[in-house]
Design a protein around this ligand. Structure first.
Ligand SMILES: [Fe+2]
Length: 197
């Protein structure tokens, strides 16, 4: 699959519209998670493409939270991003802020893992280690059930994502923890290199 944008260009585009460390760390994490899933699901040769979609998926959220997924196509088109990536980015808000349905497996993974990545990272920050390296599925299950914890992370979206993929929740939890472990160190290194941590 040919990309119309390199990873380097995608990062500059992300940083043009995102300044807060929290948002940039989330983008880098979802990039790493998507790359891990590409390899896991037999799309290793498309890993960079899956990663770029992850990196750009929330591009409009920091500056245009009220127009999330609506403003993204314009920002991405102006940045030279192709229609396939724009479709994938918009599909992660399906039923919430967009009517673009996730069709490709990669889009379903993004839909399911984006929200869950937020929940797992919020849980990691509560731990002494501030890390997912020592986090188990059981603690994610507990946090998932605790309605008062990370209320901004919709449990319904995570459930809907698991259904789209045909996976049970524990499978989605386990894979996403492994995906986040695979990139935690490199994300931290890049945040430092960007002067954000
Ligand atoms: Fe996100």
């Amino acid at each position: 699959m040919a990309d119309t944008i390199s990873r380097e260009e995608a990062l500059s585009l992300l940083m043009k519209y995102n300044k807060e460390a929290f948002h940039i760390r989330h983008a880098l994490t979802v990039e790493g998670v998507m790359k891990w899933y590409a390899g896991e699901l037999g799309f290793g040769d498309e890993a960079e493409h899956w990663g770029i979609v992850g990196l750009l998926h929330d591009i409009d959220f920091e500056m245009y939270p009220e127009e999330h997924c609506q403003k993204a196509p314009e920002l991405l088109q102006n940045g030279g991003v192709g229609e396939d990536i724009i479709h994938s980015v918009c599909s992660h808000g399906y039923g919430i802020c967009s009517d673009v349905e996730p069709t490709h497996l990669m889009e379903k993974v993004l839909f399911a893992a984006d929200e869950l990545t937020g929940l797992i990272w919020a849980a990691a920050l509560m731990r002494p280690s501030k890390s997912v390296m020592d986090m188990e599925v059981s603690s994610v299950k507990k946090k998932f059930k605790d309605k008062r914890f990370a209320q901004g992370c919709s449990r319904d979206i995570i459930k809907q994502g698991a259904e789209m993929l045909g996976w049970e929740l524990p499978e989605l939890f386990e894979k996403t923890i492994l995906a986040m472990r695979s990139c935690e160190e490199s994300v931290t290194d890049e945040m430092k290199a960007l002067g954000l941590e």
